[in-house]
Design a protein around this ligand. Structure first.
Ligand code: PMP
Length: 358
């Protein structure tokens, strides 16, 4: 008899993007550039290192479990009552807490597929059943099919916009229609990890959509645009009763003292964050223009990455990029996600792509 749950055999492992040190060790290729984890490449925002350094002096004390200062600051910045905000050890942890707070064994969680690879993991590990709704031919959420997939067992629906890994984003009209159709009895999680990179005015702000719909939860992160991937801070906005329920299942102290200090400092550097995101967005346009001249089926992207729908060639393409010193993220049998990096990193990728896709 196994000592742990046999159904865990059925879920894939979370696969993180490789680091340059992994590639150096495995393949002897030194200093590969990493375009595999949707990080912003410009280092911590100004003030973050100093805030972290001074917070370290208090590491013998437990952090504030209520994350009060950060929730207050987020509340001011985003015009959300702090009572509606829950902070967590990255938004991936919060995604798990939401499901844990909502489902009983046998309940269903609906999401598009392919989407963020954590959704099947958190669903199964909480004892619920995944209902995966295929993306459209243009790699976007099929919100009509997702609404149709909701049953009386459905407790949570994830809407990932922009969608990881395809970069597509849902538009305001279709989101409203979808929320009307799903109704008030199912939690709809709008996962906006890449919100800061959105430039299409038709893409709604989930926080606005959530204002008068108590069943909508908005998930945000400081990992991407705000440059704190390594420190782990995410947050959500929800109806106060939902937020309170989620807080019950959050691992106590999961946003540590150093992380809280880093997050506050990052939020103070919003102008610089915007400047960096603008650089990424300009590079996104340049890279996408070149790539679409090589392959017409690459979808538009509103995130800091793009999607190459290479199907069965995905793994080999990624391995060939790696040999050329560029680490991208393959999804076997489906496609490859490429993060937008600095101009010189993107040039390296474009050189590889020109050879490999020609
Ligand atoms: N949601 C989406 C759509 C993501 O792509 C990611 C990161 N890959 C996350 C949530 C989690 O980010 P974090 O835990 O770093 O906040």
């Amino acid at each position: 008899m196994p000592l742990t749950r046999p159904d865990l055999e059925t879920i894939p492992r979370y696969v993180a993007g490789k680091n340059p040190s992994d590639v150096a060790r495995e393949s002897g290729i030194p200093e590969a550039v990493k375009l595999a984890s949707n990080e912003v490449p410009y280092g911590p925002l100004p003030g973050v290192v100093e805030a972290v350094t001074s917070a370290v002096a208090n590491t013998h004390r437990y952090p504030d479990p209520g994350v009060v200062a950060l929730r207050k600051r987020l509340g001011e910045r985003y015009d959300v009552d702090p009572g509606r905000i829950v902070a967590g050890c990255g938004s991936v942890a919060l995604a798990e807490h939401i499901v844990r707070a909502a489902v009983l064994p046998g309940d269903e969680v609906v999401y598009s597929w392919r989407s963020f690879e954590a959704y099947p993991i958190v669903t199964t590990s909480c004892g619920a059943t995944s209902v995966q709704v295929p993306n459209t031919d243009t790699h976007a959420h099929d919100l009509d099919a997702m609404a149709a997939a909701v049953t009386e067992r459905t407790k949570v629906v994830f809407v990932c916009t922009p969608n990881n890994p395809t970069g597509t984003a849902v538009h305001a009209g279709e989101l409203d229609r979808f929320l009307d159709r799903v109704g008030p009895d199912v939690l709809v999680v709008i996962d906006e990890a890449y919100r800061e990179f959105v430039r299409d005015p038709a893409v709604p702000d989930g926080l606005v959509a959530a204002k008068d719909r108590p069943n909508v939860v908005v998930l945000r992160t400081l990992s991407k645009a705000w440059g704190l991937a390594g420190i782990r801070v995410g947050w959500l906005a929800a109806d106060p009763s939902v937020a309170d329920a989620i807080r019950k299942v959050v691992t106590p102290f999961s946003v540590n003292h150093v992380a809280q200090a880093a997050a506050l400092a990052a939020l103070d550097a919003e102008d610089e964050m915007n400047r960096r995101v603008d650089l990424v967005v300009a590079e996104r346009t340049r890279v996408l223009d070149t790539i679409t001249s090589l392959r017409a089926d690459v979808p538009d992207t509103q995130a800091n990455f793009l999607w190459l729908p290479l199907g069965d060639d995905a793994t080999e393409f990624a391995a060939s990029c790696e040999k050329r010193g560029v680490i991208v993220r393959p999804f076997a049998g489906d496609g490859v996600r490429v993060t937008i990096g600095t101009p010189s990193e993107n040039d390296l990728f474009l050189e590889a792509a020109a050879e490999l896709l020609a």
